[in-house]
Design a protein around this ligand. Structure first.
Ligand code: SF4
Length: 353
């Protein structure tokens, strides 16, 4: 049976082709900038966050902005927050149309403890929960990129644990998130082979490929050079596209478009499809600041100064100015899954043609 919340999410996303939506349907929310990783591709772990939003503030925000149908809870490492389950519960209880919850993890919060938290989240009844387990290389390479000895084995352990959970919770989906950068270029095939030794039924569809990106606010890594050789990266994506099995459904279809457009992004460095920032989606940081996306540090307000309502920020002159810049193509170029999916669905004609 097709889930009515899925239908509503699809209808809202498609409507964004035709009209400016009254409310965004997707929230990307960094619940903490704390991170115990030491990635050479990202500077978030160097931050020393203080005064991040409390659970009471997050509950208030969820109550006053209850229209989200897709929430991406990210970090830092989201499972470092002891109240991560309560955060999800707050959105689940307030956002009656919530269909999809997506979360990444670096697998460093203790396998058993993290799986227990995920199982609690799954029991809250969000129709679809998707966990992305970060994995950027084979054992030595992943540990080197992430700066944490043993991280590869912990990622494998979490993924295996998720597969077990999936037997009891059919709303769970999981994928390895592989971020391409100059540190792992040309190494996807070896990585896949090594992971398959650990997980014999591993399929190519169990991976999501992403190109490493730089941003001023989120990754805070404008100083880092992630650039891969265009030929190598494009070759890896093309090979990956060939190996993925065709799957029925909206999300695999969108992922296919994401990958084909990733090729374009690698080649040109330009955003391949106009974003739907400040229309379909927004980025909320762990201090309550609102941005068009995780890729652009153009702050448009803070929920702490609007009593946790997004409405005054969403309809502000500042937001309108930023929308005008987006329409004029002035948003920084990027192609990341956090922003790309709503861009794909909200620009149907541009990828069909
Ligand atoms: S990429 Fe993820 S795990 Fe690595 S430092 Fe950044 S937030 Fe932490």
């Amino acid at each position: 049976m097709v889930n009515t919340k899925f239908m509503a999410l699809g209808a809202t996303a498609l409507r964004s082709n035709l009209v400016h939506l009254r409310h965004p349907y997707k929230l990307t929310f960094s619940i903490t900038y704390r991170c115990q990783s030491r990635c050479i591709t990202c500077n978030i772990w160097q931050m020393k966050p203080v005064n991040e939003l409390t659970i009471e503030e997050i509950r208030e925000f969820a109550m006053k902005n209850s229209y989200f149908r897709w929430i991406e809870i990210t970090g830092g490492e989201p499972f470092l927050r002891g109240d991560v389950v309560e955060i999800v519960r707050a959105f689940r209880e307030s956002c009656k149309g919530l269909y999809l919850l997506t979360m990444p993890t670096n697998s460093l919060c203790g396998t058993a403890a993290e799986l227990r938290k995920i199982e609690e989240i799954l029991s809250l009844g969000v129709p679809k929960v998707s966990i992305t387990v970060s994995l950027d290389g084979y054992r030595e390479l992943h540990d080197r990129i992430r700066g944490i000895p043993g991280n590869f084995d912990r990622a494998i352990a979490i993924f295996k644990g998720l597969k077990e959970l999936r037997k009891r919770h059919r709303n769970l989906f999981m994928v390895f998130g592989y971020t391409m950068s100059r540190f792992n270029q040309g190494q996807f095939a070896r990585t896949f082979a090594e992971v398959r030794k650990e997980i014999p039924d591993l399929a190519y569809n169990d991976f999501h490929l992403n190109a490493g990106q730089v941003s001023d606010i989120y990754y805070s890594n404008l100083d880092l050079d992630l650039g891969v050789s265009k030929e190598t990266a494009a070759g890896e994506v093309r090979e990956f596209l060939k190996m993925r099995k065709p799957q029925v459904g909206a999300i695999p279809a969108i992922e296919g478009v994401f990958l084909r457009k990733l090729l374009e992004y690698i080649k040109t460095g330009k955003t391949p499809i106009r974003s739907r920032s400040l229309d379909a989606s927004l980025f909320l940081d762990s201090y309550g600041n609102v941005f068009p996306s995780i890729m652009w540090g153009r702050r448009i307000g803070s929920i702490r100064s609007t009593n946790y309502s997004l409405e005054p920020i969403w309809h502000s002159r500042e937001a309108e100015e930023v929308r005008t810049l987006i329409k004029a193509g002035k948003e920084p170029d990027s192609w990341t899954a956090c922003e790309a999916y709503q861009a794909i669905v909200g620009n149907v004609s541009s990828f069909i043609l």
